[in-house]
Design a protein around this ligand. Structure first.
Ligand code: TYM
Length: 335
């Protein structure tokens, strides 16, 4: 019996990178193979509009992220795989949640707060350039999660606050209108919670430091060789602490392989050699997936078809649930 609902999404604002893979795609695809798990995966394209004002980029990213999920082993027959904007009930639920969410709570959301702090430090109007979309981002995300009453949400560490906010919104709503929502929990892969990028900061589209998951083999190797390291020479012991090269390896290797690299660090492995090991290890895992991806990306019509079928499955849940919520809040006669 399916007893655990797992749900996660990726924003369609760019090319999927290694951080998305280890933080969200790989753990969810693995979980989806467990008999007791019912999985929901989606493309967060409404979220993309908050950051991207380029229609062609959103389109391309939607295709790339869909092909990535499929190439990484998602079986659309067994899971519910859909595009957020195909589910009109999600923006409707966003509004219902907006009405039980304190503005003060949203003031504390990391992304919004970061923009305000940056403006304030520059002596500008705190809200300069901040859209209401950015401010409302956590509510739209809560609607994604609560619509399907997900128990677990596999995400990278950067998303924990959003899941906590979704829990709070679910509690407030339940308190006011009765028990309608499950309180979701973030599921974090501890040893790879935040994958660093080329410059050592969190790998992120916004920092322009990403390694595309399906970069061709040579490009992948070249990017890995370019990861920022300290200037310790070959032979000098190196610290695994805060080493992007080490963390990347750890995200892909077994515990024994990782321990072996830690020993090599202590013995003063040259950076070039360590990077070669990372490139080899990544290539071993990614090469077979890349082959499937390269074939899928040539067939957008098939991907579109898969997404539309997934939307039908998702709406078979979302439509009756929204009807129930409309009654619960009094938009329709109480039942
Ligand atoms: P997004 O598109 O920024 O990232 C997608 C997923 O990848 C994870 N991730 C990382 N994990 C480890 N290391 C990194 N460097 C790294 N970079 C990204 C993110 O934590 C995320 O799990 N708001 C979400 C999308 C979303 C969503 C949802 C997720 C919308 N609605 C509902 C879960 C449930 C986002 O922007 O993710």
């Amino acid at each position: 019996m399916k007893t655990l609902r797992v749900l996660t999404g990726i924003t369609t604002s760019g090319t999927p990178h290694l951080g998305n893979y280890v933080g969200a795609i790989r753990p969810t695809v693995r979980a989806s193979r467990l008999a007791e798990v019912e999985s929901f995966y989606f493309l967060a394209d409404y979220h993309a509009l908050i950051k991207v004002g380029e229609p062609a980029r959103v389109q391309r990213s939607t295709l790339e992220i869909a092909a990535t999920w499929l190439a990484c082993g998602l079986d659309p027959e067994k899971v519910t795989f859909y595009r957020q904007s195909d589910i009109p009930e999600i923006p409707e639920l966003t509004w219902l949640l907006t009405c039980v969410t304190g503005k003060g709570v949203l003031n504390r959301a990391h992304a919004y707060k970061a923009s305000v702090d940056k403006n304030t430090a520059a002596g500008d109007d705190p809200d300069a350039g901040v859209t209401a979309g950015l401010f409302m981002y956590p509510v739209l995300m809560a609607a994604d999660i609560l619509m399907f009453n997900a128990h677990q949400v596999p995400v990278g560490r950067d998303q924990i606050q959003h899941i906590e906010m979704a829990r709070d919104m679910a509690s407030s709503f339940n308190h006011l209108y009765g028990e309608h929502f499950t309180l979701p929990e973030a599921a974090i892969e501890e040893h790879v919670a935040t994958l660093p990028g080329l410059d050592g900061r969190k790998m992120s589209k916004s920092y322009d430091n990403t390694i595309p998951l399906f970069a061709p083999k040579d490009q992948l190797r070249k990017l890995i060789m370019g990861i920022l390291t300290d200037s310790r020479a070959p032979g000098e012991p190196k610290s695994t602490e805060g080493s992007a090269v080490f963390q990347l390896y750890q995200a892909f290797a077994t515990a024994e392989e990782t321990a072996a690299l830690a020993r090599a660090y202590a013995d003063g492995i040259a950076w070039g050699e360590a990077k070669q090991l990372v490139a080899d290890r990544l290539e071993r895992e990614i090469a077979p997936l890349r082959e499937v991806y390269d074939a899928l990306i040539q067939n957008p019509a098939q991907i579109e078809q898969t997404l539309l079928q997934g939307a039908e499955k998702a709406r078979a849940i979302a439509t009756p649930f929204t009807r129930r919520l409309r009654h619960a809040v009094g938009l329709r006669p109480l039942q």
